[in-house]
Design a protein around this ligand. Structure first.
Ligand SMILES: [Zn+2]
Length: 484
């Protein structure tokens, strides 16, 4: 009986396989952004991949979508998000379901999260923990940057292992000593040397801890406790000082340093000079520095905008836009760090007890289009580079992600460039019951989002199945190690 069933079952499976046709979707007549070109094309999806970008009028797909008057963009890639992140006596409220849900609504089809090393943890175990957190929850594809907090010999020896595990980008903090996150420069150097040899990149939160600790303690004892003093305690010079130290580390080791969430104008100059010298130093900035200034911290609800580095002046914001436009800043991420209102309120009486962070995983593509492209600060091609192509390339996701080129995963956003709407707590899907992006007039709206060929967002409805998101094995395209 058993062998009879087995005999029957096998041919049936083969037949089923032969009969099942890979589903095709044709997105017709959209304005397609492919590299530097914006042209009217059709995009053919076959299964999980982009099969063709061309005029395909004779094609008979299973599903046809008319994108007349709409833009067709590669899905956004956000390489800086904090899910389930334990920080300042609280935990960020975006998990792999709520965080990737909000991401999908925001046109994001790949995220890279941070896995913090707790005392005694191996780096490999931090990746394993994230795989458990994502299991059955993630709606989009995701990866991990391990965060080194214990620079022991054992941790250093693990660096080649995590690179092989598909997590070749490690983050370290130069501040938050009291949180147990800070790494001394001598250890940063050892980490960077190991990463360079293993084909990895060091991401650095660059703020000078000594300056900040001194300022915070003198401000608190002088009774200066309002949110604006958060910004005053972390001045531009604290960031610049740390960036200079990072550049020195790149000079000494020949390793690649990526400055996360850069928010100073002098930082842009320092990095340009370092690159001109041949050093491998790159920087990103984040959405909130491009739309808010430190004036927000003077409001009665100023705790909403407490983040680190802090929001800066209008003139710094203008410089950041200029740096993005001309390429001195490589890309934009969200630095999504979503804390509950209850957690944020702990900073109402004194700024230094407010968890640093702004929920922003959903807003980046919309804000960058509206404030960037629509207001004439960025070209359409540059906007796509900043939110998708460059993050994919610098973080080892090319050629799988970050483009509409045939062969790439069919991660696609169909976008109405003319639609006008107001971004606020009600129109966003992020988990916290408050929003920093409140009452912002937006031009441009996401109509549909595809992830690996699946339609996951359709005109405001989420169709994604829980747990469909896959772990992203990443490999960096770095210059061969030199003999430094
Ligand atoms: Zn961050």
């Amino acid at each position: 009986m058993t062998s009879f069933l087995r005999n029957v079952k096998i041919p049936l499976q083969i037949n089923k396989g032969k009969m099942e046709k890979t589903k095709t979707t044709l997105i017709k007549n959209g304005r397609v952004v492919l590299g530097q070109n914006v042209t009217r094309q059709d995009v053919l999806i076959r299964g999980e991949k982009i099969a063709a970008v061309s005029r395909l009028s004779n094609h008979k797909p299973d599903i046809e979508i008319n994108a007349e008057g709409l833009l067709v963009l590669p899905g956004a890639v956000d390489t800086h998000v904090h899910f389930n992140d334990k920080f300042m006596h609280t935990v960020s409220v975006h998990d792999y379901y709520s965080g990737t849900l909000a991401a999908a609504y925001g046109g994001v089809t790949s995220i890279i999260d941070f896995s913090n090393q707790a005392p005694g943890d191996s780096l490999v175990s931090t990746i394993k923990n994230k795989k458990e957190e994502a299991q059955g929850k993630a709606l989009i594809d995701w990866g991990v940057h391990p965060v080194i907090t214990q620079p022991t010999q054992r941790t250093l020896n693990e660096i080649p292992l995590i690179v092989r595990e598909g997590a070749p980008t490690v983050k370290c903090y130069m501040t938050y000593r009291s949180e147990g996150l800070m790494i001394e420069d001598k250890d940063l150097r050892l980490i960077l040397e190991r990463l360079r040899k293993a084909g990895g990149m060091l991401m650095v939160h660059a703020e000078d801890n000594d300056t900040i600790e001194r300022n915070v303690s003198s401000m608190i004892s002088a009774g200066l406790r309002e949110p604006i003093y958060h910004a005053k305690s972390r001045p531009i010079e604290a960031e610049n000082r740390a960036i200079r130290r990072c550049i020195e580390l790149a000079r000494k080791t020949g390793g690649r340093i990526f400055i996360v969430h850069m928010a100073t104008d002098e930082g842009i100059n320092l990095i340009s000079k370092a690159r001109a010298e041949g050093l491998d130093v790159i920087a990103e900035t984040c959405t909130h520095y491009l739309v808010f200034t430190d004036r927000m911290l003077e409001r009665s609800d100023g705790i909403k905008w407490i983040c680190s580095p802090p929001l800066r002046s209008q003139s710094v914001q203008d410089s950041l836009w200029a740096g993005l436009r001309d390429g001195r800043i490589s890309m934009v991420t969200s630095d999504d760090a979503a804390y509950s209102w209850e957690a944020k309120l702990s900073g109402a009486g004194r700024f230094d007890e407010c968890p640093n962070g702004i929920p922003g995983i959903e807003t980046r593509l919309n804000i960058l289009y509206s404030e960037g492209v629509s207001k004439g600060r960025l070209s359409l091609a540059r906007f796509v580079e900043l939110v998708s192509t460059t993050p994919a390339r610098l973080f080892g996701l090319t050629p799988q992600k970050g483009s509409l080129a045939p062969g790439t995963d069919a991660d696609i956003v169909i976008f109405d460039p003319e639609a006008k709407w107001t971004m606020n707590k009600k129109t966003l899907h992020m988990a916290p019951n408050w929003a920093a992006y409140d009452d912002i007039e937006i031009t441009g709206k996401i109509v549909k989002v595809f992830s690996r060929g699946d339609l996951i967002i359709d005109e405001g409805r989420c169709l994604a199945e829980k747990g469909r998101g896959r772990y992203l094995y990443r490999k960096l395209d770095l210059p061969a190690p030199t003999s430094i």
